[in-house]
Each structure stands twice: as structure tokens, then as C-alpha cells.
Design a protein around this ligand. Structure first.
Ligand SMILES: O=c1[nH]c(=O)c2ncn([C@@H]3O[C@H](COP(=O)(O)OP(=O)(O)OP(=O)(O)O)[C@@H](O)[C@H]3O)c2[nH]1
Ligand SMILES: [Mg+2]
Length: 203
């Protein structure tokens, strides 16, 4: 089965590909389809944005497309940055500026008030127009300073009390096991295997 990843985020491509490829799925990226261009994310929810990115990509490529819309919800900030996570500190989407802005907003706040979660909605759209969504969540705490150099985005600040480490201090197979994206993708893989069984049965 062939699948186009409807994302321009290299960190997401790395994490999604690692799991999909081990299931024998042929993964294509938007680099293979320059005609898709930039898709405006104007939804109010992760689900709206994921559905839009997947359906537009499936329509323009004629292939099944998988999109991920994700973000960080910080309780002290009433759920911000949420769907604006990529653009928190400006439209140029700088991970380091986003992390700096987040640390400044939480300056001096004790750990018990720094609770947060990552959310991920994955949408799988078929060229015929049908679309299926799944969701994953991962709870954590925003650290007082960045730690680790793996991962992407807010990973150096996202601290997992159970592991005593940030997302940027754990390797990719473990992140995929426990992360918002990994949990959503595990459900997406179940759906994809049902789809491919149906196709095989149809001949
Ligand atoms: O530290 C992180 N670890 C993660 O595991 C993670 N997952 C999401 N995020 C943040 O949330 C934004 C999503 O925004 P987003 O879904 O619109 O993606 P994006 O604009 O980067 O790419 P695209 O998929 O839209 O092309 C990203 O840019 C990141 O800032 C993460 N940060
Ligand atoms: Mg985006």
C-alpha cells in the first residue's frame, strides 16, 4: 500500500515513517508532489486542520493521504498555544522562538502549575473523498529550561515525570510508543490494515 504524508514538518515525517515503514507501507512525501503547495490551516480544531490537509492532498495526488495536526496545550495558558503551536511566536515557525516565548510566559511558575499535554489528530483521506480520523494525547509538564537534543518543536521542554526525561532525551522508538502521535498512529495503522484487507478481498 502507498501513502502520501501530507506534512511539511521533517520531525513528523521521521516519526510517522519509522512506524509506517515497519508495517510494509510505501511512504511518499510532499517532496514527491510539488503540485500540493501550502495548505492554509484555518481550522479552529486539530481535527478540522488534519481533515483539510489530508483531503486536499488526496484530491491533488490521487493517492491515500495521511495528515497530522498536532500541538501543545498548556493548562496555565488556558490551552494555548493549541492549534497555533507551530506559529506561536510568529508565522516564520521557529522552534527556538516558540520555546523561548513559552518559557517566558511560564517564568517563575512552580512545576505543579506547569502541566500540559500534546494532542495529535491524524486524518486519512482517500482520493474518492472518504476520510477517517483518530486522536492521541500525551500528558507532561513544561520544564524550566530546555534539555536534550533529539526530536523537534517543544520536545526539549516537554518533561515526562514517569521517565524523568524530556521528549528530546528519549529515543525515537520510545517516543513513538508513548507520544500523542504514536498513539494516534497505532489506531491509524489498524484502520489502514482494514483498508488494505478490503482491497485484497476485492481483488
Ligand atoms: O515538541 C514537539 N513534539 C511533538 O511531538 C510535536 N508535535 C507537534 N508539535 C508542535 O505542534 C506544531 C504542530 O503544528 P502543525 O500540526 O500545523 O504542524 P506543522 O505546521 O509543523 O507541519 P504540517 O504538518 O502542518 O505541514 C509543531 O510545529 C510543533 O511546534 C510538537 N512539538
Ligand atoms: Mg501546520
Amino acid at each position: 500500500m502507498k501513502l502520501v504524508l501530507a506534512t511539511n514538518n521533517k520531525g513528523k515525517v521521521r516519526e510517522l515513517s519509522e512506524m509506517l515503514v515497519s508495517y510494509g507501507i510505501k511512504v511518499l512525501s510532499l517532496n514527491d508532489f510539488p503540485q500540493v503547495g501550502d495548505i492554509e490551516e484555518d481550522g479552529k480544531t486539530f481535527k478540522e486542520n488534519a481533515v483539510k490537509k489530508a483531503t486536499v492532498t488526496a484530491g491533488l495526488t490521487g493517492l491515500t493521504a495521511l495528515a497530522d495536526d498536532s500541538g501543545l496545550e498548556v493548562d496555565y495558558l488556558d490551552g494555548a498555544p493549541g492549534v497555533y503551536s507551530a506559529r506561536f511566536a510568529g508565522t516564520e515557525k521557529s522552534d527556538s522562538a516558540n520555546n523561548e516565548k513559552l518559557l517566558n510566559l511560564l517564568a517563575g511558575l512552580p512545576p505543579y502549575k506547569r502541566t500540559a499535554r500534546f494532542q495529535c489528530v491524524i486524518a486519512i483521506a482517500r482520493p474518492g473523498g472518504s476520510v477517517h480520523t483518530v486522536q492521541g494525547t500525551c500528558e507532561g509538564v513544561i520544564a524550566g529550561e530546555p534539555r536534550g537534543d533529539m526530536g523537534f518543536g517543544y520536545d526539549p521542554l516537554f518533561y515526562l515525570p514517569e521517565y524523568g526525561k524530556t521528549f528530546a532525551e528519549i529515543d525515537l522508538p520510545l517516543k513513538n510508543k508513548i507520544s500523542h502521535r504514536g498513539k494516534a498512529l497505532a489506531q491509524a495503522l489498524e484502520y489502514l490494515s482494514e483498508l488494505s484487507n478490503k482491497e485484497i478481498n476485492r481483488g
